[in-house]
Design a protein around this ligand. Structure first.
Ligand code: FAD
Length: 444
């Protein structure tokens, strides 16, 4: 795969070797020694994304003994791959810089970090069972802690389609990691399948990196929610990110069902977004190729997603990126005595929790995409909120001040003013969880 020229990427930052050296030294000092097999903490955080790192920073600053574990080789979670342009002032959201800073802030506050380690089990009390990727040995097999925060983030929903196992076919998240973290182009001519906040921002990042994004089309008609009408409803919450004023205005009205119905019939077959063709009434049929991706078969569809016979055609591409939304990742909690609620507004099934992010289990907390798909800014706010709950429950005293109930209200306000949402009804999903929490009687 072709390497990206660093200077052609507007989000690229050549790290200052001095900075990096300082950060690594701080990290090394704070790491657990390989000989330790178990150790007691006030808080173990599972997942070093924006939610986990923010909570770790605040609880450590309040005097808590904190350990963050993450399965990746670097902290930061999905934040590390993010690159967006703010249409209001053309500033850049460079996730990898923010991730590095979030880790440094947590370490400076006294939190310890372990990377390349997977938490595979939780036992009440609390014991966190650990395992290591092949080849690494010598780390602790478990950690014991008064409190545990599950901040494991989200995973991509697969899109099974003929040809999806060919080299060159990948999820949109993989394309994001290749482009923004490894600075490698996913392909020369790329087709993006699926239209949502994530696929459009990552298509834009690929375009900025010099990739020819030949089209953004709808998923195969067999995929749930792939019709033009359903797709238009998903584009409404990202209206503020659109490059042109008419799109921002039009996107705002897409929140109304009758506008969606009308637009799905009248919208032009191809719209251009940042110059990339957004083919709102074209679906993928199959990915083509023998040893690798060489093309894709497409078909035009009606507003309700029915294929139009005779409109089949082929497009030559060397990579296809599949985007079918995100699912909250919370399987660790499924082994415990904890209820779950299914909420399409939140992206899937989430553990029932209070608005201050306590679960039904004493000493067990949740934050970030684990409890619903939202942006990194919201995950960070949830991290700060859950830290206040943990500090209170553990009898520590917060240096930052504030109370969890007030922070929970601020979070609701922050959602309203976010520049984009993954789902327009995300607050409705959180309200449903609150009702389930109250009905369940709260913490056991
Ligand atoms: C592929 C993908 C791309 C995304 N791109 C964007 C984007 O461009 N813009 C945006 O605003 N949002 C994006 N998001 C949403 C993103 O999840 C949030 O922005 C934010 O990063 C969520 O923060 P978090 O702390 O909840 O989780 P994450 O940032 O996902 O961090 C969770 C961390 O926990 C680790 N982990 C999970 N399970 C375990 C375990 N058992 N043991 C150890 N470690 C574990 C994960 O590997 C990860 O490092 C994306 C999400 C995904 C899945």
């Amino acid at each position: 795969m072709p390497r990206l020229a660093e200077q052609r990427h507007p989000g690229a930052r050549v790290p200052d070797p001095g900075d990096r050296g300082r950060l690594l030294r701080v990290r090394a000092d704070r790491r657990m020694s390989a000989e330790e097999t178990t150790e007691d903490f006030d808080l173990v955080v599972i997942g070093g994304g924006p939610a986990g790192l923010t909570a770790a920073r605040d609880v450590a600053a309040a005097g808590g003994r904190v350990m963050v574990v993450d399965e990746n080789h670097a902290m930061g979670g999905k934040l590390r791959g993010q690159l967006h342009e703010d249409p209001a002032d053309s500033s850049w959201w460079k996730g990898w810089e923010l991730a590095e800073q979030a880790e440094k802030d947590a370490v400076d506050a006294g939190a310890q970090m372990m990377t390349d380690v997977v938490a595979w089990g939780l036992e009440p009390g609390w014991t966190v069972r650990l395992t290591y990727p092949a080849g690494r040995t010598g780390g602790p097999s478990q950690l014991t802690s008064r409190a545990v925060l599950v901040a494991t983030g989200a995973v991509e929903r697969p899109m099974p389609v003929a040809g999806w196992t060919l080299p060159g076919a990948m999820t949109i998240g993989a394309a994001q990691v290749l482009t923004n973290i490894h600075r490698v182009k996913p392909g020369h001519r790329v087709l993006v399948v699926g239209m949502d906040v994530l696929s459009l921002t990552i298509a834009r990042a690929m375009q900025l990196a010099g990739v020819d994004v030949v089209g953004i089309v709808l998923p195969p008609t067999t995929v749930e929610g792939s019709s033009p009408r359903a797709t238009l409803s998903r584009l409404a919450p990202m209206a503020k990110l659109a490059p042109a004023r008419y799109m921002r205005l039009g996107g705002h009205f897409l929140g109304w069902p009758w506008v969606q119905a009308l637009a799905s019939r009248l919208v032009p077959r191809t719209l251009r977004m940042w110059g990339m063709p957004l083919q709102l009434r074209t679906s993928l049929v199959v990915i083509q190729g023998t040893d690798q991706v060489t093309g894709a078969a497409l078909v035009n569809v009606t507003a309700d997603g029915t294929p139009i016979p005779g409109s089949e055609r082929e497009v030559a591409v060397d990579a296809v990126c599949l985007a079918n939304g995100l699912i909250p990742l919370n399987e660790l909690l499924a082994t415990l005595d904890c209820s779950f609620l299914r909420s399409p507004d939140l992206g899937g099934t989430v553990p029932v929790h209070s608005d201050t992010l306590r679960t039904q289990l004493d000493g067990m907390y949740v934050a970030g995409n684990t409890i619903g798909i939202e942006s990194a800014k919201i995950a960070e706010k949830q991290g700060a909120l859950v830290a206040l709950s943990i500090i209170d429950d553990l009898g520590l005293s917060s240096r930052r001040g504030g109370d969890a109930a007030g922070a929970a209200l601020d979070l609701v306000g922050a959602r309203r003013t976010m520049e984009f949402q993954f789902d327009a009804n995300v607050q409705r999903g959180h309200d449903d969880v609150q009702r389930a929490w109250e009905k369940s009687g709260g913490r056991a």
